[in-house]
Design a protein around this ligand. Sequence first.
Ligand code: GRG
Length: 306
Amino acid sequence: MVQTNSVNSQASVFDLSSYLAERQPLVEAALDQAVPLTYPETLYEAMRYSLLAGGKRLRPILCLAACELAGGSVEMALPTACALEMIHTMSLIHDDLPAMDNDDYRRGRLTNHKVYGEDVAILAGDALLTYAFEYVATATQGVPAEQVLRVIAALGKAVGAAGLVGGQVVDLASEGNPDVTIETLTFIHTHKTGALLEVSVTSGAVLAGASEPDIERLARYAQGIGLAFQIVDDVLDITSTPEQLGKSVGKDLQAQKATYPSLWGIEESKRQAQQLVDEAKAELQGFGELRQPLIALADYITARTH
Ligand code: GRG
């Protein structure tokens, strides 16, 4: 779970810890309800095992906050928020498979394939991915159909070859290559990590019926925090313990992966992450008090230790 101190930003003090203490259980309960245990139980157990393993729930929380910022309600965005976490979780299950990162631990517990076998882990990921789209289409209420359709299309783009999958393929192809450029590394991260964070924010705004300029501003905010998030992730892979991260550490070095710290060093990587977060927050000027959660979440990205 995310642990933070109060974030003192511009006009008022916003308590991110209390905000998350309210939002995380809300998301947990919605996810639990969205994927009930039913026949075939092994499949649903495997889906729920990873989905309900207690991640930070950053993507759903960003989606809900962006929806509220743009004048919408939590109810309008909750199915999309759940779908984002289903997609994120399936990407982690597949990323951990022996054919990809071959990891034994995730979110502080054994990886899905270690418990259920590779066959069921692949299928649990597939089931979460497809259900995410079904869930947005069938469970979203109080939102005009064309806005729901736009969200579904944006999710598809963010997840497929133009997003996560494309980023992962370039990442895998770059392993062991000492000549990976900063451009390639940035492609990997903006696609593998940034695309889903961006659609988390913009989908919330689209559901609320935000104007195009506001959606664009929020997209730029999300691109900044997305890249900063990955830079910090690379730094944490070097500076943290497995206990802090709930997964193996030092994997990037072992796999001879180019990372921001390997290209820039740790201090410069931290500085770049902070600059991206500052620029992201500047995009929110003019949004009023409801921008406080997004500002605090941006600050959390550079301050996090896990
Ligand atoms: C999406 C169809 C499809 C296939 C998957 C494996 C793959 C293609 C993509 C890899 C995507 C990946 C694992 C990106 C890394 C994202 C990342 C930084 C994860 C850590 O996110 P946190 O810190 O984790 O938000 P928690 O556990 O808190 O949710």
